[in-house]
Design a protein around this ligand. Structure first.
Ligand code: MRU
Length: 351
């Protein structure tokens, strides 16, 4: 039985990008239409759309939006191409850590460079490519889900951190794709979701989408995970990824590393679920992954209300890197990669 998820996070419609506004979940579930390249840059930076695969698709859409805006500015295709590549490079800088954004913009840049069409023809090619990436994302996630479901024990309680669900992708999700596929086979499984301070993606988004799909979920605060592990209440951990280095070191939402250490201590399998587009084989280890530093207000305030004294020092990295030694397997659309990751990752790209 295939699990039908109700959510489509981002979609190209006619000549604009339609996306779920993730800043207002769970109070509202509403869609916004992004009609310019600059607005897409801000939608990504301000996390209206978020999650590595979703911002990859948003980046690809953003390049199409810029292309549409450039149509009347240029009569010469080569000048148009130079201008558009510059815009695609700009789109890549909207957020630094999730490599899917660079990957998808790079796919659009390849089309711009190789196209033999005129301006209108090129815009159509970019649009078709964005739609293709969009459709492929859901197919890939279903494969990840099905491979991952094979390692979910019967009746398991699965801990996850942040949101690597339908709302972090076009649909279905990576870590929550594993949950969805496992739930389709065994409806006695359940999820424990870390709240994920400071932006609460676990509390706001993961619980929202699992509740929407009728999958049992218990919300816990970030500091509670080792307590529940010590009580034998967690059977496995599955999280997503923003960038995976060639040796398997994995950047994901801040706090993931803590969960991985706790899982290792308690002998609980810790899995990453991510498409191959999240793997950056150009970097040897996690030391080279750029970590986004976000606004101090995310830490000092909750719902617009200050929660600490004025003048305290703040530091707010958005991601951390889990060393490959702590990772039991990386669940991809090509199967579950196991250590030695240098070897299994390079084989996944060959096959
Ligand atoms: O800052 P966010 O909300 O974009 O961070 C998202 C995460 O860290 C996700 O776990 C990751 O992108 C995987 S999404 C399938």
């Amino acid at each position: 039985m295939e699990f039908k998820s109700k959510i489509k996070t981002i979609e190209w419609v006619d000549n604009y990008s339609k996306m779920v506004d993730q800043t207002v979940i769970p109070y509202e579930y509403k869609f916004v239409n992004i009609t310019t390249g600059e607005n897409m840059f801000h939608a990504i930076r301000d996390m209206i759309v978020r999650g590595a695969p979703a911002i990859g698709i948003a980046g690809a859409h953003g390049v199409v939006l810029f292309a549409q805006e450039g149509r009347d500015k240029f009569s010469n295709t080569e000048d148009f191409k130079i201008w558009l590549i510059d815009k695609a490079e700009y789109m890549k800088t909207s957020r630094p850590t999730a490599v899917n954004l660079m990957w998808a913009c790079e796919k659009q840049i390849e089309i711009i460079k190789n196209s033999k069409s005129d301006i209108n023809g090129l815009i159509e090619e970019l649009k078709q490519n964005a739609i293709k990436l969009e459709n492929e994302d859901i197919e890939i996630n279903k494969k990840i889900g099905d491979y991952g479901a094979e390692v979910v024990p019967k009746g398991a309680t699965i801990l996850t951190h942040c949101n690597a669900g339908a709302l972090a992708t076009v649909g279905y999700g990576t870590a929550l794709g594993v949950v969805r596929s496992a739930f389709a086979k065994d409806n006695t499984i359940q999820v424990f979701a870390d709240e994920t301070r400071p932006r609460q993606q676990g509390a706001r988004i993961t619980t929202f989408e699992l509740a929407m799909d009728g999958i049992p979920v218990t919300l816990i605060t970030d500091g509670m995970c080792s307590y529940f592990m010590s009580k034998g209440m967690i059977d496995m951990v599955v999280v997503g990824a923003d960038r995976i280095a060639a040796n398997g070191d994995t950047a994901n939402k801040i706090g993931t590393y803590t969960v991985a250490i706790a899982a290792k201590y308690h002998n609980i399998p810790f899995y990453i679920a991510a498409p191959l587009s999240t793997i950056d084989t150009s970097i040897a280890s996690g030391k080279e992954i750029p970590i986004e530093e976000r606004s101090h207000e995310e830490v000092t305030h909750i719902n617009g209300k200050r929660i600490c004294a004025e003048g305290v020092n703040i530091i707010n990295p958005g991601f951390d890197v889990t060393p490959h030694e702590l990772i039991s397997g990386i669940i991809t659309e090509k199967g579950i990669l196991r250590p030695d990751y240098n070897k299994s990752i390079s084989e996944a790209f060959k096959g």
